[in-house]
Every structure is written in structure tokens, then in C-alpha cells.
Write a protein that binds this ligand. Structure first.
Ligand code: DQA
Length: 156
């Protein structure tokens, strides 16, 4: 199926990628990650639109603004992952499936990063693969959307 539209949401501080804690997050900039996601999207035959904000409310407004024309989201909420009931409620509220992604292996870091308000309402979660987490997440989301559009067939 062609014509799927995927929104990519980057939360606080992800605009600093490339300079921010490179030993944890790597040296690639957000623009480079967005470009890699766009290249994969073309290969998969879907459209992507990326959005970054450091502001929780802006992310919530963006979700509401674009959800009508979006089939699903890739979400790296940054620290909001561990703090934001509002983001969880917003994602559930707009009613679009999403995959939670993280560059770092959040389970292997400080204890406060082990809890996510998003994971239990996500289609799936990918963490620890650096920028590849976004690409794996996109593949998983597109597969999920195509499968659920076909029928309610089990995983394949
Ligand atoms: C992150 C992990 C979060 O714990 C952190 O607050 C971030 C980045 C990641 O991609 O590894 O900002 O989401």
C-alpha cells in the first residue's frame, strides 16, 4: 500500500545531537538522522515529516495539528519519556499508533531512565541502536500499519 504518512517527533535536547554527550548519543546530527529516515521512507514508499521541540506543549499542539493527516508516529520523546503523562495522554488521544525509539540503551543507564510513560501504549519500542533505532522503528511501524490495514492478521 502506498501513501502512508508518518510523523517523526523529536523531544527536548535532541536538536543538540552531534555535540551532546557523543559517547552516549553518537556524533550524528539530528539533520543527518532525519535525512537517513527520509531515505529509508522513500525506499519503503512512505512519506515522513520530522518535528523537534524542546517544549512539551508545542509537541502536544503539533500532535493535534498533524494527526488528522498522519497514519502513525515515530517518537523519541527524550526526557519527556520518563516524566510526561501529558505526552502519553496526547499520543493516546490522537489515536495514531506510534513506535517509541531511543538512541541509547535506556535500560542500561540511570534508574530513572528505565521507566517510560509511553512504552505501554506504543506499538513497540526500539532502543540502544543509535540512529538505527529510528530506522528499525520506521520499518516496524510501516509493517504494523500495512498489516493492520490489510486485516487484523497476526504478526508476519
Ligand atoms: C533519549 C534517552 C532519554 O533518557 C534522554 O533524556 C534523551 C535521549 C535517547 O534517545 O537515548 O534525551 O531519548
Amino acid at each position: 500500500m502506498a501513501g502512508l504518512r508518518i510523523g517523526v517527533i523529536h523531544g527536548p535536547n535532541l536538536h543538540l545531537l552531534g555535540q551532546r554527550e557523543p559517547s552516549v548519543y553518537g556524533t550524528r546530527s539530528l539533520a543527518e538522522i532525519d535525512a537517513a529516515v527520509a531515505t529509508l521512507a522513500t525506499e519503503l514508499g512512505v512519506e515522513v515529516e520530522a518535528f523537534q521541540s524542546n517544549h512539551e506543549g508545542r509537541i502536544l499542539d503539533h500532535l493535534t495539528d498533524v494527526a488528522g493527516g498522519t497514519d502513525g508516529f515515530i517518537v523519541n520523546a527524550g526526557a519527556l519519556t520518563h516524566t510526561s503523562v501529558a505526552l502519553r495522554d496526547g499520543l493516546v488521544g490522537v489515536g495514531r499508533p506510534f513506535v517509541e525509539v531511543h538512541l541509547s540503551n535506556t535500560a542500561a543507564r540511570e534508574p530513572f531512565r528505565r521507566d517510560s510513560y509511553l512504552s505501554s501504549v506504543a506499538v513497540g519500542v526500539v532502543y540502544g541502536f543509535g540512529p538505527q533505532s529510528y530506522l528499525l522503528g520506521l520499518r516496524g511501524l510501516v509493517s504494523h500499519l500495512r498489516r493492520t490495514a490489510r486485516s487484523d492478521a497476526p504478526n508476519d
